[in-house]
Design a protein around this ligand. Structure first.
Ligand code: LEU
Length: 500
């Protein structure tokens, strides 16, 4: 057996895990999700999800990777020959996500360039959709390639695959040692600037003003769990893969706490920065903060350029730093998502890292070109919704049910983690994973299927985003089903002897 690659230092591992966790989800997703789900009151379900699902699952995945020392599919295979498919599911979900995640980073690269002379003009919305993305086809059609997205996308893949070619220590660890500290410094500068803008206090008040009524609403809890999963990169095969490169003598539990709290602190910081800036924007345009809030694409690529336009000084520089921080946060996450399938096929086929990066990364890069077409945004939106809802949350649920209920591994894993970690795990961990998480996620999946299937068949609310049935079927359900079916099929191929 070939000697397994390892992290050079403990800090290197923690930075890589944090680099994966801190991503687009923290900067553009969290603030809007928190706001839509009760503002200050959202922190209660959020903290609950962090402590009963996020950190416990992170510890579980770190333990699995450390104990079985393989990519997610190999680790699950070693845990029990019958559960390999679970590892592939997570890997394929990551594969799909990597294909469009890369595209959003490409937009951020373009926007960091546009920031210099504020070339998005006053109507930032029509700039994004018409001038930049050239979105002039119906959902489901591709139209032609958009060069303004394609070229930065090429840069994204060159950097990501370049880092992955270099391997765990010289590539992933080295890149994160530069990316993450730089990101933190940049982001602190941005947040400081944002909260000292006139009107910022108003924005922060809106962000933190708790709306306690929302707490009794099930969908708020679902949103909190969804955010924690995405943001902490759990149920994506990522953390299993990364921890499989830990040396035998490494801490697990403490590392998981550092990663979990580090990620949430960054998220909170992003919320503060974003809402400070939104408060400023609201004051400039004489409206309430709630009128300028929007999530996802809108927030980062429509509202932020407007805010940057209005800033009193150094607008271009502020804009550049903001989009550069999106790029850095995104790249370190994309590297981690891509490593899951690179490690998986490397071990399955017994090929070199170089060949695996070429094959896996090459294929992902090729598919991602679909999202750089005129109709790319629609594909991206549908794939993102379905793969997140029916991929990530579903894999998370199956993972805890299989490990805790069917294989009954929690005692075993608890002993494994306790034997090497500073912090000892007690009943909190087992109750969280054995009872709370499966129950909450089970309810969540049930509710989601109900909503989306009802929408499909008898549709007072219409399909997701009002898309046509065929587009939802091929652009949404099919993508999620593809990940699950291919995952099963891959288990029929035998492991190369060098991996066993
Ligand atoms: N945790 C990442 C983020 O917050 C996403 C993950 C899929 C790597 O953006």
């Amino acid at each position: 057996m070939e000697k397994r690659s390892q992290w050079g230092t403990r800090a290197g591992f923690i930075l890589a895990a944090m680099g994966s966790a801190i991503g687009l989800g923290n900067i553009w997703r969290f603030p809007a999700v928190a706001y839509e789900n009760g503002g200050g009151a959202f922190f209660i379900p959020y903290l609950f999800a962090l402590l009963t699902a996020g950190i416990p699952l992170l510890i579980l995945e770190f333990t699995i990777g450390h104990k079985y020392r393989g990519s997610a599919p190999l680790s699950f295979f070693r845990m029990n020959k019958k559960t390999e498919w679970l590892g592939w599911w997570a890997v394929l979900v990551s594969f799909v996500i990597s294909t469009y995640y890369a595209v959003i980073i490409a937009w951020a690269i373009s926007y960091s360039y546009f920031a210099f002379n504020l070339s998005w003009g006053q109507d930032t919305e029509s700039f994004l959709f018409s001038d930049y993305l050239n979105l002039s086809v119906d959902p489901g059609q591709t139209g032609s390639l958009v060069p303004g997205v394609f070229f930065p996308l090429l840069i994204v893949w060159l950097i990501t695959l370049g880092v992955l070619f270099k391997g765990v220590k010289k590539g992933i660890e080295a890149a994160n040692k530069i990316f993450i500290p730089t990101l933190i410094v940049l982001f602190l500068i941005i947040v400081l600037r944002a909260i000292t803008l006139p009107g910022a206090a108003e924005g922060l008040q809106t962000f933190f003003a708790p709306n306690f009524e929302t707490i009794t609403n099930g969908s708020v809890w679902v949103a909190a769990y969804g955010q924690i999963f995405f943001s902490l990169s759990i149920a994506f095969a990522i953390m299993i893969t990364y921890s499989s490169y830990l040396p035998k003598k490494s801490d697990i539990t403490n590392n998981a706490f550092i990663t979990g709290f580090g990620n949430s602190s960054f998220e909170l910081l992003a919320g503060i920065g974003v809402f400070g800036a939104l408060g400023f924007m609201a004051q400039q345009s004489g409206v309430g903060v709630s009128e300028v809030v929007s999530g996802g694409v809108g927030l980062a690529f429509v509202v932020f350029p407007q805010i940057i336009n209005e800033m009193p000084a150094l607008n271009g520089l502020f804009g550049f730093l903001f989009f550069l921080s999106l790029v850095l946060a995104g790249l370190s996450s994309l590297i981690s998502i891509s490593e899951t399938y690179i490690a998986g096929i490397k071990e399955k086929l017994g090929i070199s890292r170089t060949a695996a990066v070429g094959m896996g990364g090459g294929l992902a890069a090729l598919i991602s070109v679909l999202f750089a077409t005129q109709g790319g945004l629609f594909f991206l939106d549908a794939a993102d919704y379905f793969i997140n809802q029916f991929g990530v949350a579903f894999v998370g649920l199956v993972e805890v049910v299989v490990v805790a209920w069917f294989l009954r591994k929690l005692n075993d894993f608890q002993d494994h983690a306790n034997a090497i970690s500073d912090i000892r795990l007690g009943s909190w961990w087992k109750i969280s994973l054995g009872i709370i998480t499966p129950v909450v996620l089970g309810y969540m999946m049930f509710d989601l299927f109900k909503q989306n299937l009802l929408r499909q068949f008898d549709s007072p609310t219409g399909n997701y985003e009002g898309y046509a049935d065929t587009f939802i079927l091929f652009g949404g359900w099919f993508v999620a089903a593809f990940a699950l079916v291919v995952g099963f099929l891959l288990t029929f191929k035998r492991w190369h002897s060098s991996s066993l």
